[in-house]
Design a protein around this ligand. Sequence first.
Ligand code: GAL
Length: 677
Amino acid sequence: MSAEDEAARLRRLQAALGKIGYGGDYNPEQWPEDVWSEDLELMREAGVDLITLGVFGWAQVEPEPGRYSFDLFDRIIDRLHSAEVQLSLATMTASPPAWLSASHPEMLPQRADGTRLWHGARQSYCPSSPVYRDHAVRLVEQLAARYGEHPALAVWHVGNEYGVHVAECYCDVSALDFRRWLQERYATVDGLNEAWSTDFWSQRYGSFEQVLPPRSAPTFCNPAQQLDFARFSSDAMLACCRAEIEVLRRVTPRVPVTTNFCGLWKPVDYWAWAPHLDLVSVDSYPDPGDPESHIEAAFTYDLLRSLKGGRPWLLMEQAPSAVNWRTRNVVKAPGEMRQGSWQAVARGADAVMFFQWRQSRGGAEKWHSGMVPHVGADSRGFREVKALGAELAAHPQLAGSRVQADVAIVMDWPNWWALELDSHPSVDVTMREALLAHYTPLFEAGVTCDVVPSTGNLSNYRLVVVPNLYLTTADAARNLSDYVHGGGHLVVSCFSGIVDDCDRVHLGGYLGPLRSVVGARVEEWLPLQEHQSLKVQLEGRLGDGACEATVWSELVIPSTAAVVGAFADGHLAGSAALLHHEFGAGTCWYIGTRLDRAGMRQVIEAALAEAGVAPVLADLPAGVEATARVAEDGTRAVFLLNRRPEPVTVGLPDSTTLTLDPRGVAVHYTHPTPEGL
Ligand code: GAL
């Protein structure tokens, strides 16, 4: 795919919308047609101009094998077009119809323990199934031919949340596909034996035919096998997605293509997927019952923006209020939906969309909120939806503008998979917790942060933060070291530089290929008990305070690094916990434990100060989130979101002030000074 075609497709989408898109999943097939008229009227009232259509439409448009019936979609698409609503048109392949698995039960997915997952919910297909892929591609050919030229079509929405229910399949068909994938990766079975360390536990294979997915086994499956199976499973789903994209590119080369990622989602390697899409989209369901869930949402949005080098992305789904799938489904308080929506825009989204337009009457998701609730338009929910639509329409200039960041946080999927493998020193070191522990102080400082892979281009950043890079490849280590050597600032945390891409330990002292940039090696680790904590005494450039550490401790042996914090109790009392290392023209901080929130804040703030990173707004009050987007003409929009229970006054760069209500949101514009003035 040439970058030029991709840019042209994006321009087409931006021109079609001309503003921040607004809408949601629309499932008209669930309703009699007289409801459609009301839908269109309410969409107009709410300012809806972009809807996702047909996500679960397969059984409707192909009621029996090879017989297509598009009448319903023809009618609603024309009506939507007359109402000036654009389409994010689904390829309808997310939930195969009953007839497909009834005639081909082998296309149903299988768990590691051999259980088949039958028809009756959704997403019941094995990603490696040629039966599924052939039928899906055939359907996409039909859809592309029928609607590719329709003036309402703004973007193709491929599949839906790949892997949300079935992220891997262990059936015989998958086993064959896994072997093919392994053969491509290792060429010979000896190569595989070497990579998987199969001389341990008599696991050596004589041929690829003997290799299985990591099915339920007496105890821990080979870790390299598990890691490769995670890679393979992401690739198998990507192959499904790419097979559809191939059809769309051929038949409708001018229409952009996206798929909706599923939040912060372990099974799908977003870095590997993003290059195949014109733009990325995400579904985001922060828990209204968790007062900190907006931090993970912010991280997810920063990740989404970073996947395509800072380009705008789409918030494809969020809940208007409660979901139906948590154990207790907390309702969004007045103003919460509005604030969450602006949070996405503030971090680069060019569309704010929901699941779903009209709350279902029947089916598994009838207790999931809708933009139009069961009670109808005379409701708090719809009034808020309508108000937000009007508000977003008043800021058309935001569409296409960019967020800039001086800081990046490193995140790799193979590292996530490897870090959380079984039989590790501690179950408490997990990727999500590690990412948020490092991201939260940046978020609270009002510092915007991109996300980069460990081998990504770091040259645009003043500071790069590396949470638990357990799997460190030689390329990643070189990239990070060169970055620091050339003047960059790095923060690396514990349990990093441990294994190669086959989960084999880097020998000669932990930190392995990161030893020289960190200026130390680690001799052994001492994971902490669940409720255990240790005191860390700060020193040197971190001052003379103290903080608490949990989860992890380790015996760090500094070589050229300076100690800036030491364990104050436990077996390691007196030994190094925190390091600062001058390396080439830059510096590297090392955190040999998991510091509490205050401790993390201290280290990150010291690193930010050293790297010369400024927050979006100086003197930002606690509990206020601040980000900025800059348009092509230089107009800068600063977004302010108040999460405090009381009003708060914020000082702006032009020396004016602005008071935000509880859950308040403000957008403050500054225009570039005309030249010569
Ligand atoms: C998403 C899915 C939607 C809907 C929604 C409910 O995972 O894409 O179809 O099920 O969750 O929150």
